[in-house]
Ligand binder design. Structure first.
Ligand code: ASP
Ligand code: MG
Length: 278
């Protein structure tokens, strides 16, 4: 069984979501698909919250723009029928909640870190529903029910033992395609929504891969692979065909954005290869 992670750009446009559908449906074995929010949405969720909290009414336009983006995506990637209506209802229920939260921020002019975590969680909750509906025979799971964190030094740290137990239970019987929102988690004591830090969807994928003894972790992205340097800055940058975990970890610590650094650790001990795919 393998884990396939698709980042924001891979689920950010109609074209790319359709490619994801093709890639996943071509798999013969069961796969677990981990997705990020539609490209740019996490930043927009944060920006909109900051505007609302400052009392800037322009937050409403920013929010409407996110609503339209998701509506247009559904419109274009799901054929008309009951599946589309069901998805539309679920998406609108989430967007309605989010609207109320923004309105609350606007009225209170105050935002707690828990509220911030709640706001950003909508990105992956929305995208996973859409991707789950696009792919044939996919089942969508809620990562908050098995990615459990605890608060340490003002950070949300994964409780690996508890999460492992819950992940194994959740995926005891694997559907053909499981779709999981990356990045989001919940606090093991309070149940409140948390997350694994910006770029954390890679980490979700790596943790699931390690805990289910996956054969492979595929990180699908908009780069041709791990590169010697940032091709936007260094035009002569080359892709690296093969790299050790250690060197990959170093590169990612020094700013290679292809992989979120904590991603590498869970798969190293299990010896699971990571493939970076374009
Ligand atoms: N959507 C989150 C972010 O933009 C997590 C991720 O994409 O990996 O940071
Ligand atoms: Mg990323």
């Amino acid at each position: 069984m393998k884990i396939m992670k698709f980042g924001g750009t891979s689920v950010g446009s109609v074209d790319s979501i359709q490619k994801v559908k093709k890639i996943v449906e071509a798999e013969k074995e069961p796969v677990i698909v981990v997705v990020s929010a539609l490209g740019g949405i996490t930043d927009q969720l944060i920006r909109t919250a900051a505007m609302a909290t400052k009392g800037d009414i322009a937050y409403e336009a920013e929010f409407d723009c996110m609503v339209r983006r998701h509506e247009e995506m559904i419109q274009q990637v799901i054929p008309s029928g009951s599946k589309k209506r069901t998805l539309g209802k679920k998406i609108h229920a989430l967007l309605d909640e989010l609207k109320d939260i923004y309105q609350g921020l606007y009225l209170l002019k105050d935002i707690s870190s828990n509220m911030e975590d709640t706001v950003v969680s909508y990105g992956e909750r929305l995208s996973s529903l859409i991707v789950g509906a696009v792919i044939e025979d996919a089942e969508v799971f809620d990562a908050r029910s098995f990615m459990k964190t605890e608060r340490k030094h003002h950070k949300h740290i994964l409780d690996s033992e508890l999460s492992e137990q819950l992940i194994r239970e959740t995926f005891r019987e694997l559907p053909k395609v499981s779709v999981v929102p990356g990045f989001i988690a919940s606090d093991k004591n309070t149940g409140r929504v948390t997350n694994l830090g910006r770029g954390g969807s890679d980490y979700t994928a790596a943790v699931i891969a390690a805990m289910l003894d996956a054969t492979l972790l595929e990180i699908w992205t908009d780069a041709p692979g791990m590169m010697t340097s940032n091709p936007k800055i260094v035009p002569s940058a080359r892709t690296i065909p093969h790299i050790s975990y250690r060197a990959a970890l170093e590169l990612s610590h020094f700013g290679a954005k292809v992989i979120y650094p904590p991603t590498i650790q869970p798969v190293v001990s299990e010896g699971i290869p990571i493939y970076v795919k374009d």
